[in-house]
Design a protein around this ligand. Structure first.
Ligand SMILES: [Zn+2]
Length: 258
């Protein structure tokens, strides 16, 4: 990934991401005004932060990205598989009970929030359509990636073989302890016996980015790239719900079309 610093903030982009009109950013926690375990660029409004600080962090982010606030759409994320198509009329809105947004509207930015769950970025250069999904173990087991690809096909005609996908910073297999039923549920979404977890000292460690990459590949996405950054190993730049024992903020991932 490429590290970008501007206006006091720091974000990353995938080095092999498609070029214009596709734009994206994986925004670190550096540079905001939130304090303590929520420091600093917390974008989560349901983690006990001061609303004034969260609002200021958003202002800083939109200023750094040169993005008018009224063009940004976010969902209220619930670890589900509901997908919403959004456009200009949704700018500034919060879409309820949704974990993936898709758009083909130039200038409409999709913003989702994360702390261990994986950002899954999607772009179809043929139909000029983009998507952004939030996938933790519930999303991986529930099929949020498949639901997002299906929605992009139904709404825009996007074919997975034309698409690029990027999996952003997420908790890695060295840190993500889950139950055996979770491992079984995610394995059941994949063909054959693709491994999604390792058993170590009696505990299952889920490879969430690996499982999501396998799902994308199985669904026919031709180009899948991974950040390769574990949020739990790198709390200096990313929020990690697990590593910070629930007392943490949310970092942002954004996708838009110019
Ligand atoms: Zn780790």
């Amino acid at each position: 990934m490429q590290r970008v610093q501007a206006e006091g903030l720091t974000w990353y982009t995938f080095s092999d991401a498609p070029s214009a009109p596709f734009r994206h950013a994986l925004v670190t926690r550096l540079g905001g005004v939130s304090r303590g375990p929520l420091a600093a660029l917390n974008l989560g409004s349901s983690v006990g932060d001061d609303p004034v600080a969260v609002a200021e962090n958003h202002r800083l982010l939109f200023a750094a990205l040169d993005l008018p606030r009224e063009r940004v759409v976010s969902p209220h994320q619930v670890h589900g598989r509901r997908v919403a198509r959004v456009g200009r009329e949704d700018g500034g809105a919060i879409i309820p009970d949704t974990d993936a947004l898709i758009t083909n509207t130039p200038g409409t930015a999709l913003l989702l929030r994360f702390a261990d769950c994986a950002p899954v970025l999607l772009y179809d250069p043929v139909h000029r359509a983009a998507g952004l999904a939030h996938a933790g173990w519930r999303g991986a087991a529930g099929g949020v990636v498949a639901a997002t690809l299906n929605a992009m096909y139904e709404v825009f005609g996007s074919r997975p073989g034309d698409m690029w996908a990027g999996i952003g910073p997420a908790i890695g297999p060295d840190h993500y302890i889950v139950g055996s039923e979770v491992v079984a549920a995610i394995a059941a979404t994949l063909p054959g016996d693709i491994g999604v977890a390792v058993l170590r000292e009696g505990q299952w460690y889920l490879d969430l980015p690996g499982a999501l990459a396998a799902q994308l590949t199985a669904l026919g996405v031709s180009r899948v790239t991974r950040a390769g950054v574990c949020t739990a190993c790198h709390t200096e730049e990313w929020y990690s719900h697990r590593q910070e024992r629930g007392r943490t903020g949310r970092f942002g991932a954004l996708v838009m079309l110019d």
